[in-house]
Design a protein around this ligand. Structure first.
Ligand SMILES: *[C@@H]1O[C@H](CO)[C@@H](O)[C@H](O)[C@H]1NC(C)=O
Ligand SMILES: *[C@@H]1O[C@H](CO)[C@@H](O)[C@H](O)[C@H]1NC(C)=O
Ligand SMILES: *[C@@H]1O[C@H](CO)[C@@H](O)[C@H](O)[C@H]1NC(C)=O
Ligand SMILES: [Zn+2]
Length: 433
């Protein structure tokens, strides 16, 4: 079992250590992205709340700020989302789902120092009433397996500086994968985010700051999922994520119900784990060789991470074996269900995206739903946070500040790095004492 505290800090350090890079104005990805306007058609039920939360824009996506610009980065939480600063629409959708009896009323778990979450005395995590995936209970509707014969590929915890290497390799073999993205790391790594989007890879939700989700209350869960969905939505010309994977595989009937009933998200776990985050090229290779020799039913859903070059290289080394063992390799989001990677689109660069980024199809109708703002209210509250509010705020806001010169940004990120490293060292010392 991993040590989540160390793990959490390690990815924060990685996020901090990598200077947030902003695409320059001549970034070739920029113009490409602005062409990814979507039509009005949605593929999910029209009466699902997510339809109202992430509306189709009649500007067809051309009004989404380019990834990496100040306008794009502003407005997101600089750390764990504040339940008091959620868009009202999200809260209303949660309240409606609770009132309709769709969200099981079970206790939150607690966890300390890397131990698996535990529930209050008398609450059985393996019972159908709780069904914690940490305890290997399979929540009805959650996905643990791939279709027979399919290696449904996904990578967690990106984007990171190792992401382009993964994407370039997949492009070289004419493949894509599904990236379960951490929201706050998309803020840190816009260039790597664009590498994913512009190579036709699929984006899915891995929460905003990677917590144990069953330890959170309902509003905190809405914030963790909602902001990550909004970031994907605003970065891809309006695509609505279809799948989410709980950090540490930790979900239960309450958490998965909020994901499904408020945001239309399907919960995805895994059926094999290489432990790559804690492994060596040899240990990962040995694990993969074993998995690949297993029977073709069910298909393989292997937990992998794009945290470091080592992890990506271990996958690249194993790739020929996936094929030679007779597995059909596919991006997880395209391999499941109806093959649509998003709730409202076939994939990241599919035919249902209108060219030229101008208005598509028919004129706007007169319905209030379509003329309403495509964005949640209240999201601008976060942009008021000053860089000095916290180290994380300095990174998130400094990344997107037009006013800060390059020098100031470097100072901000340097001071943020130092304070982060100090807090990490202190925390590690406390934990190990
Ligand atoms: C998402 O994009 C819309 C449309 O440009 C914008 O109004 C909204 O503020 C963006 N959301 C965030 C959190 O920046
Ligand atoms: C790449 O993959 C796509 C989708 O599977 C396929 O249609 C296409 O023919 C492939 N191209 C090459 C060069 O293999
Ligand atoms: C939209 O509004 C105009 C003017 O009010 C009206 O003539 C037209 O029929 C309406 N269109 C629809 C689709 O409701
Ligand atoms: Zn993760």
């Amino acid at each position: 079992m991993l040590s989540p505290t160390i793990y959490f800090f390690s990815f924060l350090i990685m996020g901090v250590a990598a200077v947030p890079t902003r695409p320059t104005t001549d970034d070739p990805h920029r113009s490409h992205l602005s062409r990814k306007a979507l039509p009005e058609d949605w593929y999910h039920d029209q009466d699902h709340p997510v339809h109202a939360l992430f509306k189709r824009s009649h500007q067809g996506g051309s009004d989404y700020a380019p990834v990496g610009t100040p306008a794009w980065a502003n407005g997101y939480p600089p750390g764990p989302p504040d339940p008091d600063l959620l868009p009202a629409e999200w809260v209303n959708a949660l309240d409606a789902a609770v009132a309709a009896g769709k969200i099981p009323d079970i206790p939150q778990s607690t966890n300390t120092q890397g131990v698996s979450p535990t529930y209050p005395f008398g609450v059985n995590p393996s019972s159908p009433q709780v069904c914690s995936s940490t305890y290997k209970c399979r929540i009805p509707g959650a996905i643990w397996d791939s279709p027979d014969g399919v290696f449904a590929s996904s990578f967690d915890d990106g984007p990171t500086p190792s992401t382009p290497m993964l994407v370039d390799f997949l492009t070289s073999v004419n493949q894509t994968t599904t990236h379960f993205m951490i929201g706050i790391k998309m803020l840190y790594h816009p260039t790597q985010l664009l590498a994913i989007i512009n190579s036709g890879n699929d984006l899915a939700v891995h929460t905003w700051t990677h917590p144990y989700m069953t330890t959170l209350n309902n509003l905190q869960i809405v914030g963790q999922l909602g902001w990550t969905m909004e970031m994907i939505y605003n970065s891809t010309g309006g695509r609505v994520a279809k799948y989410w994977r709980p950090p540490y595989g930790d979900s239960d009937v309450r958490v998965s119900a909020i994901a499904k009933e408020v945001f239309g998200l399907q919960t995805v776990i895994w059926n094999y784990d290489t432990d790559d985050w804690n492994g060596t090229p040899q240990s990962i290779g040995t694990a993969m060789t074993g998995f690949l020799a297993s029977p073709k039913s069910p298909g393989l859903m292997v937990l992998q991470h794009e945290l470091t070059d080592m992890m990506v290289n271990a996958f690249i080394a194993a790739f020929p074996q996936i094929i030679s063992n007779g597995w059909s390799f596919a991006s997880l989001a395209k391999a499941l269900g109806d093959g649509r990677a998003y709730q409202n689109s076939q994939n990241s660069d599919s035919e249902d995206v209108y060219p030229d980024g101008i208005v598509f199809g028919a004129e706007p109708s007169n319905t209030t739903e379509l003329t309403a703002s495509p964005t949640p209210t209240g999201s601008s509250t976060y942009s008021a946070i000053s860089p000095s509010a916290s180290a994380i705020a300095a990174i998130g806001v400094g990344l997107g500040s037009t006013k800060s010169s390059a020098a100031l940004r470097i100072i901000l990120s340097t001071s943020a790095r130092i304070s982060f490293l100090i807090s990490c060292v202190v925390s590690v010392l406390i934990l190990s004492s």
